[in-house]
Design a protein around this ligand. Structure first.
Ligand code: HEM
Length: 409
């Protein structure tokens, strides 16, 4: 059993915790690297939290941990799931929630189409977008960097890649935002349900249109059969589009906004990058390490009893590998609490590992490189417009991202 008793239980999903989770992760790494978390959970259904670099990397690669609980437990041991309308499964019906062989098949579809060459074609467009957005934002001396820059760059980019018509962006984003917002009260749940209906119907209709009338975009390419005649079902296509849309921008919003915050908090690094734009590649990797957009990798379940660091996670146990903790493990990174844009050999785990390794890394990196270099070149006197302590981080276990980032120049 882990040495849990000295550790003060915390709810890792609260906004307050997310403001500075790093001291807690340091304590877990040192004292309970496989931590049996019961805070806000029934004692007989703990969440196993993994924090050391080597263990996080190993768990993400270990096929004894599966994504679908049905592949971990026999049917008679499956917990009773709360009832949900069938169409809600659209949200889970994607490869990030699947195991082989379904996962392998879906991943191959994307792999062939969403290539690095296709992404590189987007560079000029992303540069143009970043410039246009700053032209507008900088008309005011103070603005919210997320609303006017960090959000629209990835949202418009992935929407254009997928082939979502421009006229639909605003409505689609309202639905998606409502859908992802916290809903603890019945009325809020009703609102979320309405948003989901709007969003799901929209995606369904768009996929259908692209199936019958293909355009030069990713949805149309995914809708066509591959060279062996295999074709995504309607549900698979819709699930894929939703995954790409959500995974393809929420994370990059965080990369650009948290990255700007890290640079503003470390003015010497801001100035170093501004004077040496070629450093943007290692700088982006350091930002990903220091403030990873995905703080904890998504749920995995043990398919059999698995022992890590002397602690046995029982079959069916739910596991979270904490990327943000691994990225600051002193056994892997020299001086891990320092933000150093010239860091070498930066093997952060922010894009995951193993079979679910992020499929959007070329696009995410391209967006980061363009966003940081454009921002620093255009607004060299940029600074925070509020005290850093007043910044609000979004609640939730998986993502780490600011609500707003008020800046001035
Ligand atoms: C800075 C930006 C991004 C970060 C930090 C990031 C991070 C990650 C991580 C950590 C995972 C694995 C999660 C797990 O194993 O639990 C993942 C999976 C994935 N990401 Fe990203 N991502 C980013 C951007 C993107 C973009 C731009 C796209 C697509 C346009 C994308 C598409 C995907 C897909 C499809 C998967 C699932 C892969 C699979 O299940 O095989 N990501 N991402």
């Amino acid at each position: 059993m882990a040495a849990n008793n000295r550790i003060q239980p915390v709810n890792m999903a609260t906004s307050g915790f997310k403001a500075n989770p790093f001291p807690f992760y340091a304590q877990l790494r040192a004292e309970a690297p496989v931590y049996r978390m019961t805070a806000n959970r029934p004692a007989d259904n703990p969440l196993w939290i993994i924090t050391r670099y080597n263990d996080v990397a190993a768990v993400l690669k270990d096929e004894r941990f599966v994504k679908d609980l049905k592949n971990a437990l026999p049917a008679y041991q499956m917990p009773k799931a709360a009832w949900r309308p069938a169409f809600f499964h659209l949200l889970d019906n994607n490869m990030l929630a699947m195991d082989a062989p379904d996962h392998t098949r879906l991943r191959a579809f994307i792999h062939k189409i969403f290539t690095t060459a296709r992404v590189e074609q987007m560079r000029l467009r992303v540069e143009q977008l970043a410039d246009e957005l700053l032209d507008t934002a900088a008309k005011n001396r103070r603005f919210d960097l997320i609303e006017h820059y960090a959000l629209p760059i990835p949202l418009i980019t992935i929407s254009e890649v997928l082939g979502i018509p421009r006229a639909d962006y605003a409505q689609m984003y309202r639905w998606k935002k409502g859908l992802m917002s916290a809903a603890s009260q019945p009325l809020q749940r009703l609102g979320r349900f309405a948003n989901f209906l709007g969003f799901a119907n929209y995606i369904r209709a768009l996929c259908h249109r692209r199936r019958v009338d293909p355009q030069d975009d990713l949805i149309s390419a995914l809708a066509q059969p591959d060279e062996n005649g295999d074709r995504l079902s309607d549900a698979e296509l819709q699930g894929m589009v939703i995954l790409l849309l959500v995974a393809g921008h929420e994370t990059a919003v965080s990369l650009i906004s948290s990255g700007t915050l890290a640079l503003l908090q470390n003015r010497d690094q801001f100035d170093l990058l501004r004077q040496n734009p070629a450093l943007v590649k290692p700088a982006t990797e350091e930002i990903l390490r220091y403030y990873p957009p995905i703080e904890t990798a998504t749920d995995r379940y043990a398919r059999e009893d698995v022992t890590i660091e002397g602690v046995t996670i029982p079959r069916g146990g739910q596991v979270r590998a904490v990327i943000a903790a691994a990225n600051r493990d002193p056994s892997q990174f020299e001086n891990p609490e320092a933000f150093d844009i010239t860091r070498e050999n930066n093997k952060h785990l922010s894009f995951g590992q193993g079979m679910h390794y992020c499929m959007g890394t070329p696009l995410a990196r391209l967006e980061g490189h363009v966003a940081f270099n454009t921002l620093l070149a255009r607004l060299p006197t940029l600074r925070l417009d509020v005290p850093p302590d007043s910044l609000i981080w979004r609640s939730g276990l998986t993502f780490r991202r600011l609500e707003t980032l008020p800046v001035t120049f």
